[in-house]
Design a protein around this ligand. Structure first.
Ligand code: 4AD
Ligand code: MG
Length: 466
């Protein structure tokens, strides 16, 4: 079927007065007693819907057109004209309307014309793409995804598809999903009662990855500048607005850069994206301004123009201690900052993004480079208002003796990391990298506060429906 998308109609005037064909879904129908109807149709290709004028001279006007309800799918042929009404620029004067699919019962159609809450829409995730808001999020997410690849390509980074199935726990915490073909009802056991993973598909215990970083480091130590962008999995039972069990992470790894340089790079990347979203997604941003965050334009403009704050962990702790703010968790040096502390710093104290560096080594993963004080590591967390942590990264420990000590301290088996250690044995180099939670970034940009509304089919504890 040779149909044009509504976005093409709005991109240029070249189709004006032509006979065109569109297809989409009915958003509304108003029928007048004097023998014509206005039908608003959308196809999701852009924010705009288009108004179709249907006259009672159409052969199926009384039998079908007057029965159209919200959600029906239609194919419309007609002449594209400029609208006389003020609300919409274009209209189609229909010469033929085919009903492609009826809504079997308009009273039970889940996405009726009224305004729905985000909580309700999560219950109908298979249809919520038909709402304005989810359409806006999809288009912005798609644009940001393309832009990130474009930015990295421009900067000379190569995309590396790191594996999704792994036997290593990059972050060293116990929050991984097992991948196994063992029969769960009859698990093979060793003499000591432990699971006999030798009988499993991979011959050893395997997991869904929490991060592609370790594999990415191997390619950074070969091609210098690399990135990976894909799904990552965490079996953490955190029922919060910023945690998913399956989320997308962009990870960047660069040889020859130190912590300061990689943090500068992350700032440049985030600003590059936000600047272009502001400039090129104007209709979608306008909708968000009206319905989600009235401050969105000012917020993104400030994000792009102001320098991010850089402080060390100890300074962050001092600020939190000397603030008069009441936190649920009492602050002391050595505490793992949680969302309320992070949000106090970015939203109340600095009122802009903050990069915290040099955390106590006990709070961070084994691979982060030990500082000269032997107590802190060259880590960075980039925090943004409304979200908290958006990026986590570090300079990597490139000295084999210190890496081995860290593995030992953390009770990790050095043999398991043999190939990772090899990178330190054969031409080791200074290198650094970071990971950015993609859904969190889209949540920040759009102002949508719960990342369950950013991802089409969110996976969280006790929820893998749809
Ligand atoms: O801070 P994280 O755990 O860092 C790493 O995984 C490193 N290996 C990255 C690297 O250096 N290459 O995770 C990175 C980011 C976080 O800052 C956060 O934005 C996001 O991933 N993230 C999550 N997003 C949604 N749901 C979750 N459960 C997330 N856990 C982390
Ligand atoms: Mg982190």
């Amino acid at each position: 079927m040779n149909t044009v998308s509504i976005s093409k109609i709005y991109q240029n005037d070249t189709m004006l007065n032509d006979s065109i064909t569109i297809s989409g879904w009915v958003k509304s129908r108003r029928s007048s007693k004097s023998g014509f109807s206005f039908i608003t149709v959308y196809d999701g290709s852009c924010f705009h819907a288009i108004q179709v004028i249907a006259n009672n001279t159409l052969y199926n006007y009384y039998k079908e057109i007057l029965r159209l309800t919200v959600g029906c799918s239609v194919l419309i042929k007609g002449d594209l004209i400029l609208s006389i009404g003020r609300k919409q620029e274009y209209e189609i004067k229909a010469t033929e309307i085919q009903v492609l699919g009826w809504v079997d019962n308009p009273d039970t159609y889940p996405i009726s014309a009224k305004k729905h809450s985000l909580e309700y829409l999560r219950e109908v995730a298979h249809l919520r793409g038909r709402t304005n808001l989810i359409g806006v999020i999809v288009r912005i997410r798609n644009y940001v995804f393309q832009l990130l690849h474009k930015f990295l390509n421009k900067k000379g980074y190569y995309w590396i598809p790191t594996p999704i199935i792994t036997s290593l726990n990059t972050e060293g915490a116990g929050e991984m999903f097992n991948v196994s073909t063992l029969n769960m009802k009859n698990i093979p056991k060793n003499d000591n009662g432990s699971v006999d993973f030798k009988k499993d598909f991979f011959g050893k215990e395997s997991f869904l990855t929490v991060s592609g970083q370790l594999n990415l480091e191997s390619y950074a130590c070969s091609l210098s500048k690399v990135y990976t962008f894909g799904p990552t999995f965490r079996a953490e039972n955190s029922n919060t607005v910023r945690h998913l069990a399956e989320f997308w992470m962009l990870e960047i790894e660069s040889s020859f850069l130190n912590l300061h340089e990689i943090s500068k790079f992350s700032e440049e990347m985030l600003k590059y994206i936000c600047k272009r979203v502001l400039k090129n997604c104007t209709t979608d941003i306008k909708f968000l301004k009206n319905y989600i965050d009235s401050d969105i334009i000012n917020r993104l403009e400030k994000f792009v123009s102001l320098d991010f704050i850089r402080i060390k962990y100890t300074e962050a702790i001092n600020i939190l201690i000397s603030s008069q703010n009441k936190f649920d968790k009492i602050i002391y040096s050595g505490i793992d900052l949680n969302a309320e502390h992070e949000r106090f710093l970015v939203e109340k104290h600095f009122k802009r993004p903050v990069i915290i560096t040099d955390y106590p080594k006990e709070l961070k993963a084994f691979y982060m480079r030990l500082n000269d004080d032997k107590k802190t590591v060259s880590a960075m967390d980039l925090l943004v208002p409304g979200i908290g942590e958006l990026i986590g990264g570090s300079q990597r420990e490139e000295r084999i003796e210190i890496l081995d000590l860290r593995l030992l301290e953390l009770g990790l088996k050095k043999e398991d990391y043999w190939w990772y250690r090899d990178l330190r044995r054969y031409g080791t180099v200074q290198h650094s990298g970071f990971g950015m939670g993609f859904e969190r970034f889209i949540a920040y940009i759009t102002g949508v506060s719960n990342i369950r509304d950013i991802t089409p089919f969110p996976r969280t504890a006790k929820n893998s429906r749809f």
